[in-house]
Structures are given as C-alpha cells and as structure tokens.
Design a protein around this ligand. Structure first.
Ligand code: ZN
Length: 286
C-alpha cells in the first residue's frame, strides 16, 4: 500500500518503491542495517535531489549503494547526486558490464544524440536538466551476479538472468523480503518497451529465469508501474513469447520487414512494436 502522505509504498519488508513522473519510473530503496540501497535514480540531477529529500521520509540512514537496473536515461541520469562531490563519502555504484559499456559509449551513440535533441525540444525544464547533466558510470561491474550484504545479514542478490529490454538488464532479489526488482524487464503501467537495443527473441526466457528465482508469494517490482505478482509476470512472459513467435514465423515465411508489422497478429499496440520486429529480424538474419 502506498503511504498517501509520503508517496512511498513498502512493497515488502523494508523495501520501498516510489513511482515518479516523468515516465512513471520506479525508484526502489532497500533499507539495511548499514544504510540504504537506491535502485535507479530518475532522469536528472534535479530529480535526484528531490529524491534525496524523499528518502528522509523513509530513513535518516546514508545512501551507501546505488544499483542501476540498466543504462536508460530515466534510470541513471540522477546517479551523480549520490557520488562525490555531491555526496561524501560517495555511494558505491553497481551495474552490469553491458550497461556500463553502453553508458560509456552514450556520447557517441546516434540514438542518444537524437534522444537529447528530442528532450531539449520538449521544454525549458528539460533544457535546464540537460545543461547540468553529468553522467556517473557505476565503478563496480556485475558480471552474471553479485551478492551484497547490507548489514545484519540482509543480502541483495544482483543477477543477470538474460537479455530482454536491453543486453544488460539486472534483476535484484532480496530473499528475506521475498521480492524481485525487475527493472524494465517488467512493465505494469504500459506495454513492455522494445527499443533499438532490445532482445525480443530472448525476453520471454529471461522472464522464465526470473520466475525461477521466485516463490508463490514473491512480489515483483516493475521498472514502470505498481508492484505485482508471478501471475502478472507469467502473462507478460506469454505475450513476449507470442511476439517472438510471430517474428520468427513471419521471418521464416519471407515476409519483408516493412510488411511484418501490418501482417502479424500482435498482443501489443503496433506502434510499440516497430523496434521489436526490426531487432528480431536482425537477430534472425545474423
Ligand atoms: Zn528502459
């Protein structure tokens, strides 16, 4: 239940989620005896400063760890708020090798250039946020998995269970609270987002691997939307499997890429599937 006064929802024992505009992006906090772990940091330094204030509604403990579920801007552009010189001692940052590589390459990525132009064109607010943008790339690289003790035996298991929304999605499992933080591998308030860096053919199996970590009562926190349960994850898994199967059969039948979108029978809005088909065709042709 979301606390109407603070906006935080304690989705599991001492695990707090807050949903932020723009993009209804999740920030999740895991409170440990030694401090707070913040998972994803919103879209800008200004938003992360506001987040820091909101953290005081949960606890006065310091932010000791920051984990990024993946490299997309709405999850990482607030990072520098928790690094030196804005925070001393700084938090320790964690991300997958793939997400770190993507962040390091962001300045040369044509999709990033396009994105920044589009955001700048949106509003004065965005232009101000972009002007103070400072990337902070995680210095602790997770390859496959890493376990972190937050004190008093509370362990957070970071796991790469497969590719899907990106090539470097990280899932966080807090076994004592029976909760999985899914990043954008799971979306509850909108359709799953297939971008130009997605892996549509892998995504369903990745959700299967996440479900294998879960028990019957496990809560799942999506990158966008309200926390949910295994049956929701399973239905999203089935829809993602249907997207992959349709891409495979269209590709096998020789349907050209520019006809596939209007030809196929899709579980999601067609306007959200352009990159899914492009990426699937690319991977099937490789
Ligand atoms: Zn994303």
């Amino acid at each position: 239940m979301t606390d109407a006064r603070t906006g935080w929802a304690e989705v599991a024992d001492r695990v707090y989620q807050r949903r932020y505009d723009p993009y209804d992006v999740s920030v999740t906090v895991v409170a440990g005896a030694d401090g707070l772990m913040v998972v994803d940091t919103r879209c800008s330094l200004a938003e992360a400063r506001e987040l820091r204030g909101h953290l005081r509604q949960i606890s006065a403990a310091p932010v000791r760890w920051v984990v990024n579920t993946h490299d997309h801007f709405d999850h990482v552009w607030g990072n520098a708020e928790f690094a030196a010189p804005r925070q001393t001692p700084p938090a320790r940052f964690f991300g997958s090798a793939e997400m770190v590589a993507a962040m390091r390459g962001a300045d040369d990525d044509p999709d990033m250039v396009t994105l920044k132009k589009a955001l700048a064109a949106e509003s004065e607010d965005w232009r101000a946020k972009l002007a103070e943008l400072e990337q902070h790339v995680p210095e602790n690289i997770v390859q496959g998995g890493h376990d972190l003790d937050l004190g008093d035996g509370r362990v957070v298991r970071m796991r790469q269970v497969g590719r899907g929304h990106t090539g470097g999605d990280l899932v966080l499992h807090v076994p004592d609270a029976d909760v999985l933080l899914m990043g954008d591998l799971l979306e509850e308030s909108g359709d799953p987002c297939f971008g130009p860096d997605s892996f549509p053919l892998d995504w369903a199996a990745t959700l299967d691997a996440a479900l294998a970590l879960a028990g019957p009562a496990t809560r799942f926190v999506p990158g966008h939307g309200a926390s949910t349960d295994a049956s929701f994850v399973t239905s999203q898994r089935d829809a993602l499997a249907a997207v992959a199967a349709t891409c495979r059969s269209l590709h096998a039948a020789g349907v050209p890429l520019d006809e596939a979108l209007k030809t196929g029978d899709w579980p999601y809005d067609r306007e959200h599937l352009e990159h899914a088909i492009k990426r699937a065709y690319l991977h099937l042709s490789a």
